[in-house]
Structures are given as C-alpha cells and as structure tokens.
Design a protein around this ligand. Structure first.
Ligand code: KG4
Ligand code: ZN
Length: 371
C-alpha cells in the first residue's frame, strides 16, 4: 500500500510517499520538508499568517517534487478544474495549476493528512490541499492526529514498523504539547496528564528568547547546556514545578518566569548564558523524568516511548535511558533524530496503522484534537 502524507500542523511543510508491505516493512519512496523557521525568527515564534501563506505556496511544489522522487509523476494533458477550496486559497490554486493540473493519478492508494492538533490556519491549509488532491485524483483521505504521528515515529526500526508490548506509556513533548499517555492496547489511549500552561518545547523557546538565542530555542539551549556540563559551569538553581504533585500534570510557565527574573538580574555573558541554559534544561527534564517514573510505578508498562520535537534533546534521551535501565523488562523507544521533529513520514505511518478513511467533503481540521 502506498500513501502520500501531508503535514502542516505548525511551521514545517512536509510531504512524503511511503510504501508499506504486509510484513510491516516499508520503503520511503519520497520525502520532502520545508522549514519556515527562518521566516519566523524575527517574531520569536510561529506567526500564523506567515505560516499559512508559506504552506499554501510550498505544498504544490513539494507534492510534485515528492512524486518525481518516488518515480510516480506521470504527466498528462492539463485538466482545468474548479474546487471550492480555491476560493479561499488563491496561492494554492496557482500552485495547483503549475504543479499538479497536468499530472495523472499516481499509483498510490490513499492520501493522509494531519487534521489536528496544531495551529488552526496551518492545519486547514494541509486539510484543504488533501481535499483538492483527493478530488482531482479520486483517492480516499485518512485523517491523522499529529500526536499519533509522533508516537508512530518512535515505533520504527530501520525499515520496519515495531509492535510494542502493551501497556505502553508515551511521554509526548513538543512545542505545543507535554503529555503522558497510557496505551493499554493498540489505539486505546488515555491521557494521564498534561501541561497546565506552557508546553516544555515552548519553555525552551521562550528561555532561548530571553537569552537572545534564535528560534526554535531547543537545540541552542541544549548545546549550551552540554557545554556547561563539560566545563563544569553550575551557577544557578531553578524550581522543578509540580515535581511533588500527586497528578501527572506539568507546569512550565513558573520555571520560565524564574529564568526571566534571574536573567534580569545578571550580566548576560557567555558563562552566565551557559549556566542558565544548563539549569533550565536540567530542571525541565528532571520534572519530565520524575513524572514518567511515577507513571511507571503506577501502571507497570512493558514499553515506554518519547515522542515530539523535544525528544531530540540528548539530555532527555540519556536521562530516560537511565530511568528505564533501573527497571527490568521495560522496552524504551526513541525516534531517530531525523523524525523527532515534525515530518510527514510519521503521518504516513500513523495513517497506515489506523487506516480509517474520512469522506473528503466531511473532513475538518480540529486545532484542539486530543488523542
Ligand atoms: O514536534 P515539533 O517539531 O513541533 C510541534 O509539534 O510543536 O517540536 C518543536 C519543539 C520546539 O519547541 C523546539 O524548540 C523543540 O521541539 N526542540 C528541542 C530540541 N529540538 C527541538 N527542545 C529541546 N532540545 C532539543 N534538542
Ligand atoms: Zn509535533
């Protein structure tokens, strides 16, 4: 089965075509990702109107690129079509005319698309593009929950999909989410807890901004923190919010405020920046690890996974490995670095696994969708 997948929930425009075989093996036939990061730099975060416009411009171009890369691009006579989506998305109409209107239905079986959670204007562009392609080529659509995508990205070994042993506990950490999910059996998720304010990735991004580091801040903070540990720079003490709390919930806005007060109080020299980065990273990750430990003690899972952009963090990976090693018989799953942050491959995998199509005209984006 071949699936063309679309991901536009935030500021990455991504398309992939993946072929799945019956024995759980897969081949990535084509994969493209355009990151809008540079355009959002000056806002210190994702600017919705810019994100929408860029997705609109890039989707048709990337779709054609990926079809070509996959060897599935078949040129035909240009067909003139009118879809209601074109009324709202004029850039997309232009792109469709240039890149898709002269293509034949490719040899794929379905289109899948992230329809939530995420930034509403971004999600709607992807959903509308999926509808256009579905109508033009006569293909079914499989909607995908973005967080289900992040879980799927961790359950991969080289070219095979992994069936984890359940119960599975997932720590999902991204720019928009911080959640602990219990999966008793395949597809049956229960949210144990979530952040009450900022997501942990958002915390990394905001602290980076306080330190005048580029957006997205996670990778920068992480690098500085590594260096601080190597150079034994250990200067500050920040709180570990809600670490002793009875629930599985998180809170990161107080930690960010503590960093802000400190930053206002010190000279932002090289050494202090490293010190702040290190202590912020260690505080945030200590809470993530401690809550995961609490979930392990309460639910005795056979598998644990980390998913979402923050799972690229080396200190988090190392600390989680140490935690899991202290138990016996728990498998730990981490995404490859390439598929930790947003991408379309993970959406293809999730859609292959859930395989629930939605009628094209009924498909909607839902910014607050939960698992
Ligand atoms: O999953 P993702 O690509 O997009 C969302 O769905 O939000 O996650 C992006 C988030 C950003 O907040 C970014 O700063 C963070 O992941 N991130 C990291 C690292 N790499 C990306 N945070 C900490 N350490 C990293 N190495
Ligand atoms: Zn994400």
């Amino acid at each position: 089965m071949k699936i063309l997948s679309i991901e536009t929930s935030c500021d990455e425009t991504a398309i992939s075509i993946v072929e799945f075989k019956k024995n759980n093996e897969f081949t990535i036939l084509g994969n493209a990702l355009y990151s809008q990061v540079d355009l959002h730099q000056k806002y210190g975060g994702v600017f919705p109107t810019v994100a929408k416009r860029e997705h609109e411009k890039k989707l048709p171009i990337l779709t054609r690129e990926v079809l070509k890369e996959s060897g599935l691009l078949n040129i035909s006579e240009k067909r003139t079509v009118e879809f209601e989506e074109f009324d709202r998305y004029t850039e997309m109409k232009k792109g469709f005319d240039e890149c898709i209107s002269n293509t034949e239905k490719p040899e794929i079986d379905a289109i899948s698309v992230t329809n939530g959670p995420g930034l509403a204007p971004s999600l709607w562009v992807g959903v509308s593009w999926a509808k256009i392609l579905s109508k033009f080529w006569g293909l079914p659509i499989i909607p995908v929950n973005h967080m289900e995508g992040h879980i799927s990205a961790s359950l991969i070994a080289k070219n095979r999909l992994i069936e984890p042993k359940y119960p599975l506990i997932s720590l999902l950490v991204s720019g928009g989410h911080t959640e602990l999910i219990l999966t008793e059996k395949k597809g049956k998720h229960k949210k144990l807890g979530a952040t009450r304010d900022d997501a942990v990735g958002e915390g990394f991004d905001k602290v980076a901004r306080l330190l005048s580091l580029p957006y997205p801040g996670g990778p920068h903070i992480s690098k500085l923190a590594e260096t601080a540990r190597k150079e034994n720079i250990d200067l500050f003490k920040f709180p570990r919010p809600m670490i002793k709390d009875e629930t599985f919930d998180f809170s990161f806005s107080g930690l960010k405020t503590a960093v802000r007060y400190k930053v206002e109080d010190i000279e932002l020299n090289d050494r202090n920046i490293k010190g702040v980065a290190r202590e912020f990273e260690e505080a945030a990750i200590e809470v993530l690890i401690s809550k995961t430990k609490k979930a392990i003690e309460e639910y005795s899972p056979n598998s644990v996974l980390i998913g979402g952009g923050v799972s690229a963090n080396k200190h988090l990976r190392k600390s989680m490995k140490e935690l899991i090693d202290s138990y016996q018989g728990i498998d730990l799953y981490l995404p490859s670095m390439e598929f930790s942050t947003d991408n379309a491959f993970m959406i293809a995998v999730a859609s292959y696994l859930n395989n629930k199509t939605e009628e094209t005209d009924m498909l909607k984006a839902d910014a607050n969708m939960s698992l």
